[in-house]
Design a protein around this ligand. Structure first.
Ligand SMILES: CCCCCCCCCCCCC[C@@H](O)CC(=O)SCCNC(=O)CCNC(=O)[C@H](O)C(C)(C)COP(=O)(O)OP(=O)(O)OC[C@H]1O[C@@H](n2cnc3c(N)ncnc32)[C@H](O)[C@@H]1OP(=O)(O)O
Length: 242
């Protein structure tokens, strides 16, 4: 064999080895991440159920699980990173919209506006998020292990049909309930005159956020419907936004 060919074969071998090492590290990280997230959301499910049965009311439930919720939902920001560096085959845009809307609900609505924390709508989206995330992260974990029980696959690609709209209703009702408090307190708002000469009204910003669900939510929903057709019915789908 000519030495040029030998060099080429050696280089290819090295590249393949590097790729394999990268993929082992990525898989190990994703295993850890998915197991941690499944466990986190299971802890939330148990804590919420226990609270409700012990106290017999949903009042105070949010406060009792707030820390854990904020931790695990914020941790989900890493998912945008997973897509960006290419270790999962999901669109950065779709994941970015999904994760940022959740982070926004957790930090800029329920954490910031205490008066809404006991609303039924908060419990609605909390229950919906919890059920969805336990299913989603266990789906990813078992997929990586290549032993995915059919009922988890089925749940992942069917439950969202009902859960997604329910979650959106819970989120929108909560933002709506927050509006009067935000207006009254003038929170996160900047009025003129000020040294920067800019004005920002959080109240109107929240209205814009609510309106943004109209164009954005259908895109997430249809993305999931396409995933469903691909995974459950084996349809080949070409994604445009990757
Ligand atoms: C600053 C102000 C912001 C204001 C924003 C306003 C936004 C308004 C609209 C937003 C509305 C959102 C509402 C929402 O919060 C309500 C709810 O969530 S209610 C509960 C119901 N929700 C759901 O069911 C969530 C559905 N969504 C998702 O699952 C994902 O988030 C999504 C990114 C949308 C879709 O997931 P994905 O594209 O990843 O599909 P797949 O699960 O089929 O995965 C594709 C492939 O990637 C692999 N993958 C992905 N992640 C992992 C992982 N962690 N570990 C391992 N593998 C992973 C997966 O296995 C697939 O691989 P393959 O193609 O090889 O099979």
């Amino acid at each position: 064999m000519a030495s040029g060919e030998e060099d080429g074969a050696l280089e290819e071998k090295e590249t393949n080895n590097k790729k394999r090492t990268k993929s082992i590290i990525a898989t190990a990280w994703l295993m850890f991440y998915n197991i941690a997230m499944t466990a986190g959301w299971l802890v939330l499910a148990v804590a919420m159920t226990r609270y409700y049965f012990q106290k017999g009311t949903h009042k105070g439930l949010y406060r009792s699980i707030a820390r854990t919720l904020k931790f695990f939902q914020t941790f989900a920001l890493l998912e945008v990173g997973h897509c960006a560096i290419g270790i999962v085959r999901t669109s950065v845009i779709v994941t970015g919209v999904q994760v940022s809307s959740r982070i926004f609900m957790v930090w800029f609505i329920t954490h910031s506006i205490r008066q809404v924390q006991n609303q039924e709508s908060v419990i609605l989206f909390l229950v919906v998020w919890t059920v969805t995330e336990i299913t989603r992260y266990s789906f990813y974990t078992f997929s990586l292990l290549k032993h995915l029980p059919y009922f988890i696959k089925w749940a992942r690609y069917n439950m969202f049909i009902v859960m997604y709209p329910l979650g959106v209703i819970g989120e929108l009702l909560t933002i709506y309930a927050a509006l009067p408090y935000v207006r009254k307190a003038g929170m996160y708002s900047l009025r003129l005159p000020n040294k920067y000469n800019v004005s920002f009204d959080y109240y109107y910003f929240l209205i814009i956020v609510m309106l943004s669900y109209i164009p954005l939510f259908p895109q997430l929903y249809f993305h999931m419907l396409r995933q469903r057709r691909k995974v459950l019915h084996g349809e080949v789908i070409v994604e445009k936004d990757e």
